[in-house]
Design a protein around this ligand. Structure first.
Ligand code: SAM
Length: 316
């Protein structure tokens, strides 16, 4: 995983570029035809396996929460679904089909995490969805904030298996300790045996579910689940770059958000080369007349970015 806060060149890398650049035309036309089916990913029994071949690193510059991030080791001749390298240009070669940018952590994720802390957003007992999660840092912060449940969604199943799940597992284990098997997850250690100052706990994994697929498909899958609870909070970062997806995104939010729920959306004001951005999405939402929006924070360093709150028009 790259941490864009450290490495991004905003001018060159402001926009997720789905698919390989050299095949852009082909990818764009395939994209219109291709609606990726939704799938739930189960949490493997042996959690140690999830972290095999992964390099863990602490993100140090988040003031209020220490998160681990998983980096994949590049083994060279890995199979096409397996390995994530650190080079941006090769990401798309490592995922078959359309790739939507989930292998790297985009800078608006950090904006949103900063905002949670400044605004003291309360996750306790909330049902949360990290939509277009990539590495899943937003959901992990919610999990650590004692959310009741956190669901993670990414377009690409490779991202869920190789990045999101390992990252959540890494953040649910205690520093330096090894995980037990999935079966042990419910049997938590007595408090006296738990390492002090630990923010993670294997029990947190029981609150998580993982989904891949295109938004409308995931939304259908979730809504068809018996006793599906709508989400109190939907978190989404750098997901409005492509106006072609606005309709699916809007309808997914409308279908999955609780009537009094809130969406926190972080985005660049404009995505060069792709065309989407904050104001275009706001306009789209306004025209649909289902939600109200407000820009709750603007960030002016580098490329201008915003955090938007979205709620149903008739919500309290
Ligand atoms: N939220 C992460 C971050 O900020 O680091 C990842 C952002 S990445 C640029 C965009 C994410 O949105 C991808 O992870 C992708 O899975 C998701 N996404 C974009 N378009 C999608 C679509 N039409 N259906 C489902 N997921 C989509």
């Amino acid at each position: 995983i790259e941490k864009s806060r450290e490495t991004a060149n905003p001018a060159a890398e402001s926009s997720p570029r789905p698919g390989a650049d050299k095949h852009q035309d082909k990818v764009t036309s395939e994209k219109k035809l291709c609606v990726k089916a939704a799938k739930e990913h189960s949490i493997p029994e042996d959690l140690n396996k999830v972290l095999e071949n992964k390099v863990l690193e602490k993100v140090l510059d988040l003031s209020h929460v220490k998160l681990s991030v998983v980096e994949m080791t590049c083994l060279g001749d890995a199979d096409s679904e397996g390995i994530v390298s650190k080079s941006v240009s090769s990401h798309s070669d490592l995922i078959p089909g359309v790739y939507e940018g989930g292998l790297k952590i985009w800078e608006c994720t950090f904006d949103l995490i900063d905002y949670f802390s400044e605004a003291e957003i309360e996750f306790t007992n909330k049902t949360v969805l990290d939509l277009g999660c990539g590495a899943g840092l937003l959901g992990i912060v919610a999990l650590r904030g004692k959310a009741d449940s956190v669901h993670f969604q990414d377009y690409n199943s490779t991202v869920i298996d190789e990045i999101t799940l390992p990252n959540v597992v890494a953040n649910c284990i205690d520093d330096g300790s090894k995980m037990g098997s999935g079966k042990d997850r419910k049997a938590s250690k007595p408090p006296s045996k738990r390492p002090r100052k630990s923010e993670g706990s294997p029990d947190m994994l029981n609150k998580c579910r993982f989904f891949s697929g295109e938004w409308s498909q995931v939304s259908q899958l979730l809504s068809s689940t018996k006793a599906f609870p709508k989400y109190d909070i939907i978190l989404t970062s750098e997901t409005i770059y492509n106006p072609d997806y606005y309709s699916a995104l809007h309808d997914t939010l409308a279908q999955l958000l609780d009537k009094n729920g809130r969406v926190y959306l972080a985005s660049k004001v404009h995505y060069f080369g792709v065309g989407g951005g904050t104001y275009l999405f706001e306009k789209f939402i306004e025209e649909k007349n289902v939600f109200r929006t407000s820009i709750i924070k603007t960030i002016d360093q580098g490329l201008q970015r915003c955090i938007m709150e979205i709620a149903f028009k008739d919500s309290c």
